[in-house]
Design a protein around this ligand. Structure first.
Ligand code: 6SD
Length: 262
């Protein structure tokens, strides 16, 4: 058990509570792959809750019309505040609200969230959540990108995937350290058998067994791809003197691709 300052004792690394009007959406994505393995291994504990369980009316109503007029419905503050307060207290977790108005999710933020003991993910629907609920709860507001979805469920799934794979024991040792973005660079190309496919050969260096040469080739290809596709990443990537020498060679080889017009 890691840093846990109070609340329920848990023997998992990370407890994630998800609050949603559509709990069934999560059964597919969480039933297989890496997330299932992490759950079965006792690394994370994922629980999905129906917001309607906190509704204070017999008909389990959790939404209402927008004050001031306009289309759509807004999620009422009472069930949201009651649910979030109950879940945050249980898991000693940090509350996150998925919204296009939030801070962008990136690899650094995913890494920080993976250090928490508990996360409570609030998924909005319709026109969003009554502002007073957010004023009272002060969640960390996170966006998965500059496009508008119909609810917070898909962003919550994206966040869970990005965070859970970083928990110790989920991936093969060292795998996450090699990720695109973890190194500050895009990853270069990868190959598997067959050695020749439709006349295209696997680069000879990868078959050489010379680990130093292979590592240098991979670094060069990562620099090349980053320069071509996301040159702005090179400004903040940690680069060694040898990386800078390679980068000069990459830049001499080809100009940046630039963004293609839509
Ligand atoms: C109404 C929501 C919640 C609607 C969203 C988040 C991002 N990055 N795009 N769209 C979103 C979240 C949309 O509830």
């Amino acid at each position: 058990m890691r840093r846990r300052t109070g609340g329920e004792r848990e023997d998992v690394d990370l407890r994630i509570d998800i609050l949603t009007l559509f709990p069934e959406m999560f059964s597919g994505p969480f039933a297989g792959g890496m997330i299932r393995k992490a759950t079965e291994a006792g690394i994370c504990d994922l629980r999905v809750h129906d917001l309607r369980d906190w509704a204070h009316t017999a008909h389990r109503v959790v939404d209402d019309e927008v004050f001031g007029g306009g289309p759509g419905m807004v999620l009422k503050p009472e069930p949201i505040v009651a649910a979030c307060e109950a879940l945050v207290a249980k898991g000693t977790g940090r509350l996150v609200y998925l919204t296009p108005q939030g801070v962008p999710l990136d690899q650094t933020l995913a890494g920080r969230l993976a250090l928490e003991c508990g996360l409570v993910l609030l998924c909005g629907r319709y026109e969003g959540v009554d502002e007073r609920a957010l004023q009272i709860l002060r969640p960390l507001e996170i966006s998965i990108g500059d496009y508008v979805l119909t609810g917070g469920e898909l962003p919550a799934m994206v966040l869970v995937d990005a965070v859970v794979r970083l928990l110790p024991g989920v991936l093969a040792a060292g795998a996450a350290a090699e990720d695109s973005f973890a190194t500050g660079l895009l990853e270069g190309p990868q190959y598997t058998r067959p050695r020749v496919f439709r006349g295209l050969e696997v680069p000879e260096v990868l078959l050489s067994g010379d680990h130093a040469r292979i590592a240098a080739w991979r670094r060069y290809e990562a620099l090349r791809r980053t320069w071509r596709r996301r040159p702005e990443l090179l400004r903040s990537a940690p680069l060694s003197a040898e990386d800078r020498r390679m980068l000069r060679a990459v830049m001499a080889e080809e100009p940046p691709a630039g963004r293609t017009q839509p």
